[in-house]
Ligand binder design. Sequence first.
Ligand SMILES: C[S@@+](CC[C@H](N)C(=O)[O-])C[C@H]1O[C@@H](n2cnc3c(N)ncnc32)[C@H](O)[C@@H]1O
Length: 189
Amino acid sequence: MVSRDLIHEHINTEHAVAYIHLALNNRAIMLKRRKRIRPADDAVSYILSSRDKPLFKEIFIDSNKGRGVFASQPIEQGAFVLEYRGELLSKEDCQSRQYSDKQSTFLYEFQWQKRHWCIDASREDGSLGRLVNDNHKSPNCIMKKIIVNDRPHLCLFAVKNIEAGTEIDYNYGDSQWPWRKKVRWLDLY
Ligand SMILES: C[S@@+](CC[C@H](N)C(=O)[O-])C[C@H]1O[C@@H](n2cnc3c(N)ncnc32)[C@H](O)[C@@H]1O
């Protein structure tokens, strides 16, 4: 016959095991939550370190489009993607410089504190943000201003879930970009 003490001990052991399971589960959930850093904070940490997120790679596409940036892992909607790094210039300073047509596609103009500014990313500095191509129809990223230490920085954030292997793109804005006008011969017949 099984003694009452033995039954109680068994029940207590089962409770203890269930309790430990619950505690471990809660800890795992908390760690997961703690790991999910806010996209804006993620952007700030990459801005401060002047590094690119290691989830993207540069690939040469073709002689027309040149290089592009591709996701090497899935990216969640809303996530910080890359900073568009370059030199911060006032509009006046930017206008006083000489740029070739090609170089001027690396200038990103924006407003901040009621003034016009520009990020000049024309220098080949090895950063990836400057290599992200234009898509005005269905871009997967959007450019946002992030202020760090009283200076504006331009950062790309995902506007949809992005699968690994997908090219990163954003809308360069309303301008007469020559590649948008290209006529495909197939369309004419
Ligand atoms: C800011 S750069 C982007 C990086 C560039 N692809 C490179 O290899 O240096 C802008 C240039 O990329 C090319 N580009 C960007 N978006 C494009 C698109 N949707 N179609 C074709 N060319 C594009 C144009 O040649 C443009 O001058």
